[in-house]
Design a protein around this ligand. Structure first.
Ligand code: HEM
Length: 126
C-alpha cells in the first residue's frame, strides 16, 4: 500500500529533510543575491525552521507548529523583498539540493511541483 505512505515516509523521513535543507543553505550561504536577505548572521535558525516546516508539510511530526504556530508563510515572508530574481535563486538552490539527495522519482517530482508553486506564492514584488 505504497499509496498511503506520506512523502515524509517515502523520502526517508527526518534525515532526508535535514540533508536537503543543509544542502540548500550551503547554496544560500554563497549566493550574493540571497544571502543579504536572510537576517541572521548565522543561518542555523533559518535551517531549523525550514527543516521542521518541510517535515510537517510532508506528513511528519508537527514540531514546527508546536514551536512557531500556524505557518502563515506568505505573512512571514512579507518583511523580505522577494521578486522574480530572488524566487529564481531560491529555486536554483532548492533544485540543486533535491538533486543532491537523490530521492526516488515520484518524491523528486512532488517536491519540484510544490517548490515551484510555493516559491512563486512567496513573491511579493514584480
Ligand atoms: C517554496 C517556497 C518557500 C518555502 C516553503 C519557505 C519556507 C520558509 C520557512 C518555513 C521559513 C521560516 C518561517 C518561520 O517560522 O519564521 C522561511 C523563512 C524565510 N524565507 Fe522562505 N520559503 C520559501 C520561499 C522563499 C523565497 C523564494 C525566499 C527568497 C528570498 C525566501 C526567504 C526567506 C527568508 C529571508 C526567511 C527568514 C529566515 C529565517 O527563518 O530566519 N523564502 N521560509
Amino acid at each position: 500500500m505504497v499509496d498511503t505512505l506520506s512523502l515524509y515516509e517515502r523520502s526517508g523521513g527526518t534525515p532526508f529533510f535535514e540533508g536537503l535543507v543543509n544542502c540548500f543553505y550551503e547554496g544560500v550561504e554563497g549566493d550574493p543575491i540571497l544571502r543579504p536577505i536572510y537576517p541572521e548572521l548565522d543561518l542555523a535558525g533559518a535551517r531549523h525552521r525550514l527543516t521542521l516546516f518541510l517535515i510537517q508539510y510532508w506528513g511528519g511530526p508537527t514540531i514546527y507548529n508546536d514551536e512557531r504556530g500556524h505557518p502563515r508563510l506568505r505573512m512571514r515572508h512579507a518583511p523580505f523583498a522577494i521578486g522574480p530574481a530572488e524566487r529564481d535563486r531560491w529555486l536554483v538552490h532548492m533544485r540543486a539540493a533535491v538533486a543532491e539527495m537523490h530521492p526516488v522519482d515520484d518524491v523528486a517530482a512532488e517536491l519540484e511541483h510544490y517548490f515551484t508553486m510555493a516559491a512563486e506564492a512567496m513573491r511579493n514584488r514584480d
